[in-house]
Design a protein around this ligand. Structure first.
Ligand SMILES: [Zn+2]
Length: 83
């Protein structure tokens, strides 16, 4: 018996942002950690989010304009898809 509810890909993608910011409760954090460890697609999604955060934090003091955020995300997805 696991102590947390398993999450699926859909759920993980929805929560990956909060996960990254540690805004989830412990059981959810564990569930998503477990899912990421076993799912390449979601791990990739997590990596994108992680890199995206770093890029934004390094390049902007304030929250980036939505167009920039969108452009950076698209670029990161392109890079990931070509690997
Ligand atoms: Zn998944």
């Amino acid at each position: 018996m696991s102590k947390y509810e398993a999450v699926d890909c859909e759920e993980t993608k929805v929560r990956v942002h909060e996960y990254l910011h540690k805004e989830l409760q412990e059981p959810e954090m564990e569930a998503i950690t477990a899912h990421l460890a076993n799912c390449e697609n979601c791990e990739r999604e997590y990596d994108i989010e992680l890199v995206f955060n770093q890029v934004i934090q390094h390049s902007c003091d304030e929250a980036p304009p939505p167009e920039l955020a969108e452009r950076v995300l698209n670029r990161l997805r392109e890079i990931q898809n070509h690997e």
